[in-house]
Design a protein around this ligand. Structure first.
Ligand code: ATP
Ligand code: MG
Length: 437
C-alpha cells in the first residue's frame, strides 16, 4: 500500500518532542491574560462565510483571496476562520454576553486558516493568541491591550521588538483622508500594481500597506493620516501615548500602519521584529469601534490584537531564547520476574497518582536496555525490583545524577521515602521554575 507521508502544504505538525515549546509559550499567554483580567473564549473553527465578509471586510486580501470557503453537504457556505476576532464578536452577540456588564475581556489561542503562499513565517494553518475587549471606549483600554501584548514578550525575554502605533481616525474624519489619498494615488494610477489600482476607489488606505516595492515607494510621500484625524481622535491618540509613556513602553508613531482588516478605527499598532525575515509583524491589533454594529449589534466600542504564535517561536529561536525541556521522568522502575513486574506497576501507578512522573517497561526490554532507556529519558531516580527485593520488602533507589543509593521500603512507606529523596535530590519542578504555580 502507498505510504501517506505528507501533510497539506502550508501546514506544520507539532511533534511530541517539540510541543513543550508551544505549551510554555501558551502557559505564559494564559497567565498574562489572567493578570489583565481576560477569560478564555473558544469558538468553532468554521463560521458562516457571511460573518467574515461583513466583519473582516470585502476589500481585504483575507476575504478576496485567502479564505478557505466550502459548501457543506447541507448547502451552507462556510469558511475556516482566518482570524479570531469575528468569531468572538459573533459569539458575544449570539449569547448576549454584553448583559454580563462591560467591559468584556476575552482571549483565545486558536488555529487560523488562510490560503496564502507559504514561506518563512507564513503558513496556511497558523496559530494566534488574541485578546478582545468590548464596551471600552477609553484610551486606557487601548493602552491596556498594548501593555498586555508587550507583557508576553517581556515574560519570554524577547528583545529588539519595535512597537509602532498610529491612529487611522473614525467614520467622521476618515472620508476626508480617503479623498486626499485618492487624489494622491490617482496621480500615480498607472504605476500602481493591479491590486492597488482596484483599491484606489474602494479602500485607498490599503495601498499604504502594499508590499510591492513600487507601491511602497509611492506611498512614502502620500498624505499622512495624522494630518486628517478629528479633534476627538487626536485627543484619544494623545491619551494612548501618555498611558504608554506612563507604563514605560517605548514606541514609534508610524503613520503608514493601517492594518490589513477593514474594521479598524482610531488606534492601530504592530509589534515588529527585523530578526525573522520579511514576515516581521509578530502582533497586530487596534480598535474597531464599528465592528459590532457591522454585525447587527448595538454600537460597542471594541478593540484587540492577534499575535502569531509561529512567528513568536521563530523570534525566540532567532534570539537564542531557549525553553527548558520539562522533566520527563522522576522515577524509572525495573521489575525482574512476573511478581516483581506487578509490584513495579503498582508503585508506578502510585507515584503517578501523586503528580510525579514514573515510567516502567512497556516494550519488553531486558534490564540493561531498560537502564539505558531510563538514562536516555533523563530519569532522575531508578529502582530495580526482583525476587530478593520482594522477599525483603525493600529496594534501593538510585539517584541518577550523583549515583547515590538509598534503601526504601516497598510497602505504603515507599511514597514518603521517595518523595523525601525527590524533594531533596532533584527539586526542579518545571512549572515552579517558571514561577507559574
Ligand atoms: P501580514 O501582513 O504578515 O500578512 P496580516 O496583517 O495579514 O499579516 P493579521 O491579520 O493582523 O496579519 O494577523 C495577526 C498576526 O497573525 C500577524 O501579525 C502574524 O503574526 C500572524 N499571521 C497572519 N497571517 C499569518 C500566516 N499566514 N502565517 C503565520 N502567521 C500569520
Ligand atoms: Mg496577511
Amino acid at each position: 500500500m502507498k505510504l501517506i507521508t505528507s501533510g497539506i502544504k502550508g501546514t506544520e505538525d507539532i511533534l511530541p518532542r517539540d510541543s513543550y515549546r508551544w505549551q510554555f509559550v501558551e502557559e505564559i499567554m494564559r497567565k498574562q491574560a489572567a493578570s489583565y483580567g481576560f477569560k478564555e473564549i473558544r469558538t468553532p473553527v468554521f463560521e458562516h462565510t457571511e460573518l467574515f465578509n461583513r466583519s473582516v471586510g470585502d476589500t481585504t486580501d483575507v476575504v478576496q483571496k485567502e479564505m478557505y470557503t466550502f459548501i457543506t453537504k447541507g448547502g451552507d457556505t462556510v469558511t475556516l476562520r482566518p482570524e479570531g476576532t469575528a468569531g468572538a464578536a459573533r459569539a458575544m452577540l449570539e449569547h448576549g454576553v454584553y448583559n454580563d456588564g462591560y467591559p468584556i475581556k476575552a482571549y483565545y489561542i486558536t488555529s487560523c486558516y488562510r490560503y496564502e503562499k507559504p514561506e518563512k513565517g507564513r503558513q496556511r494553518e497558523f496559530h494566534q493568541f488574541g485578546m478582545e475587549v468590548y464596551g471600552a471606549p477609553s484610551y486606557f483600554a487601548d493602552a491596556e491591550v498594548i501593555c498586555a501584548a508587550n507583557s508576553i514578550f517581556n515574560r519570554l525575554g524577547v528583545k529588539n521588538l519595535s512597537l509602532e502605533i498610529n491612529s487611522i481616525g473614525c467614520s467622521k474624519c476618515r472620508p476626508k483622508y480617503h479623498t486626499a489619498l485618492k487624489e494622491y494615488f490617482g496621480a500615480h494610477e498607472s504605476e500602481l500594481c493591479d491590486t492597488c489600482r482596484s483599491r484606489l476607489d474602494r479602500n485607498p488606505m490599503r495601498i499604504l500597506d502594499c508590499k510591492s516595492p513600487v507601491c511602497s515607494e509611492i506611498a512614502k510621500n502620500a498624505p499622512t493620516v495624522l494630518d486628517f484625524i478629528c479633534e476627538d481622535c487626536s485627543a484619544h491618540f494623545d491619551g494612548v501615548k501618555s498611558c504608554l509613556d506612563a507604563a514605560g513602553l517605548e514606541y514609534q508613531v508610524n503613520p503608514t500602519i493601517v492594518r490589513g482588516l477593514d474594521y479598524y478605527t482610531r488606534t492601530v499598532f504592530e509589534f515588529v521584529s527585523n530578526n525573522i525575515g520579511a514576515q516581521g509583524t509578530v502582533c497586530g491589533g487596534g480598535r474597531y469601534d464599528g465592528l459590532i454594529e457591522e454585525l447587527g449589534g448595538q454600537p460597542t466600542p471594541s478593540l484587540g490584537f492577534g499575535m502569531g504564535i509561529e512567528r513568536l517561536l521563530l523570534l525566540l529561536d532567532s534570539q537564542g531564547i531557549e525553553i527548558e525541556k520539562p522533566p520527563v521522568c522522576d522515577l524509572y522502575i525495573v521489575g525482574m520476574g512476573e511478581a516483581a513486574k506487578l509490584k513495579a506497576f503498582e508503585i508506578i501507578e502510585g507515584v503517578r497518582n501523586s503528580s510525579l512522573i514514573a515510567e516502567g517497561d512497556i516494550v519488553g526490554r531486558g534490564l540493561k536496555a531498560q537502564m539505558k532507556y531510563a538514562d536516555k529519558i533523563g530519569a532522575k531516580f531508578s529502582m530495580v525490583i526482583g525476587d530478593n527485593e520482594l522477599a525483603a520488602n525493600k529496594a534501593v533507589i538510585k539517584n541518577m545524577a550523583d549515583g547515590t543509593k538509598h534503601e526504601v521500603p516497598l510497602d505504603d512507606g515507599f511514597y514518603d521515602a521517595f518523595f523525601a529523596l525527590h524533594v531533596n535530590g532533584a527539586n526542579d519542578n518545571f512549572m515552579e521554575k517558571l514561577g507559574l504555580n
